[in-house]
Write a protein that binds this ligand. Structure first.
Ligand code: URA
Length: 431
């Protein structure tokens, strides 16, 4: 295999031999192919795409680049998992995990850190003082048996090729390609041993997939990869044209996830959390359908068992579940409605970027983040507001950054005279 020949073949629109493609990926993971050649290959893929067969061999090679984990065998249970393609205010796993675990189904999830305007679950959890995201496999299994719930960082040995390739794609404008996203996500899910997977595919201006058609294409590719590997896959296509829930920013999102677990969350986020929980329960070894899953998920919220599981989980990973320990930003500044009307748009990307500017996210891999800062979007699409009402609230380190964020968040809002079409959070299901 010569990397230059494969780059040329893809640049000219050709199809790779599966063995040669696998060799390229494995050689890259072993540092035998330089970043500049891999970047050129990614760009060729960006313009020429990958066939279904190529996407499959890419995924297989990524899995083979490292170790795999058979959580099902270690737990002696059918293992279910969820994953989101990333969005603004997406704290879904933090709320879904304890609900599902409270219903008797273990959820051990490997999550990532945020980059750019999309936040990462690990960063959110680290806003809880003492919370440890690095557990050994033995600790992970023991915690899953004891509490039923764990969220940890991806170990260095699991799919190392994706770690390298994703970092490279991130700085070479080659992230938003359906086949590369599908293989990146599915390689991690398959390597971690999930037998059934619920994928939350975000659609809208705050997501990688801007249109429903692109999101459907991604969902179908991921489902195909999963099905070929003998796994069950459901993809929820969900709205990311406005931030999910109200909170955007690490500690603020943890607080909102906890509120939702105890039945006091925003409507759109609660709907997504209950829907995803119901589907995970229906995939589990409980032998129930989605309707019964929904009923049990709601019951776990109502009877406090989900909150109890949340608290045990946070303690098990070294954190303090009391929300009063979360750091509060020193400056809180309202964003006032400039006129009366109906909110027709809350741009997710703009709000995500405002939070990023405040320090809630990172532009480069090693940038530190400020866990306390962020934005609370009180008014969402379809809400009626009066002039001067609080549309949102900026949480900032100082007055100057707060003022800049207020202007940016205000620009993200559009207020009109008529109610926009209400399509809800769940746009489609691919299963
Ligand atoms: N999330 C991933 O894990 N990989 C991608 O390529 C995009 C989003």
């Amino acid at each position: 295999m010569r990397a230059a020949e494969l780059i040329e073949q893809k640049r000219n629109g050709g199809e790779h031999d599966p063995g040669e493609l696998a060799e390229l990926i494995l050689a890259y993971a072993r540092d035998e192919v330089p970043d500049y050649q891999m970047a050129a290959w990614c760009m060729a893929v960006y313009f020429r795409g990958l066939s279904a067969a190529e996407t499959q061999s890419l995924t297989d090679a990524m899995i083979r680049s490292g170790e795999t984990l058979d959580l099902g065998a270690l737990l002696g249970r059918k293992v279910v998992d969820k994953h989101s393609t990333g969005g603004v205010g997406d704290k879904t796993s933090i709320a879904v995990g304890p609900i599902v675990a409270a219903c008797g189904v273990p959820l051990g999830k490997m999550s990532g850190r945020g980059l750019g305007h999309t936040g990462g679950t690990l960063d959110k959890l680290e806003s809880i003082p003492g919370f440890r995201v690095e557990l050994t496999t033995e600790e992970l299994v023991a915690q899953l048996k004891d509490v039923g719930m764990a969220i940890v960082g991806q170990t260095a040995d699991l799919v190392p090729a994706d770690k390298k390739l994703y970092a490279l794609r991130d700085v070479t404008a080659t992230v938003d390609i359906v086949s590369l996203i599908a293989s990146s996500i599915m390689s991690k899910k398959l390597a971690a041993g999930a037998q059934a997977i619920v994928l939350d595919v975000k659609v809208g201006d705050g997501a990688f997939m801007k249109t429903l058609d692109d999101a459907r294409a991604l969902a179908e590719q991921m489902r195909e990869i999963g099905t070929r590997a003998g796994r069950e896959v459901t993809c929820l296509l969900t709205d990311m044209d406005q931030p999910l829930g109200r909170a955007v920013g690490n500690a603020l999102e943890v607080d909102e996830a906890r509120d939702t677990i105890r039945g006091d969350g925003p409507a759109d986020f609660t709907e997504l959390v209950l829907d995803a929980s119901a589907r995970l329960l229906a995939y589990s070894d409980l032998g129930i359908d989605v309707d019964e899953g929904r009923r049990r998920a709601q019951a776990a919220v109502d009877d406090g068992s989900a909150l109890e599981t949340y608290e045990r989980w946070i303690r098990a990973q070294g954190g303090d579940p009391d929300p009063s320990v979360l750091e509060q930003a020193p400056v809180q500044m309202p964003v006032a409605a400039p006129r009366e009307g109906v909110v027709s748009r809350v741009g997710a990307l703009a709000v995500g970027n405002a939070a990023l500017e405040l320090g809630a996210g990172r532009r480069t891999k090693d940038e530190p983040i400020d866990h306390a800062v962020g934005v609370l979007c009180f008014a969402k699409r379809g809400d009626t507001v009066l002039a001067g009402d609080d549309l949102a609230e900026v949480h900032a380190r100082d007055d100057e950054s707060a003022r800049r964020a207020v202007a940016a968040v205000l620009a993200a809002y559009e207020i009109g005279d008529n109610a926009p079409v209400d399509h809800g959070i769940l746009l489609d299901v691919v299963d």
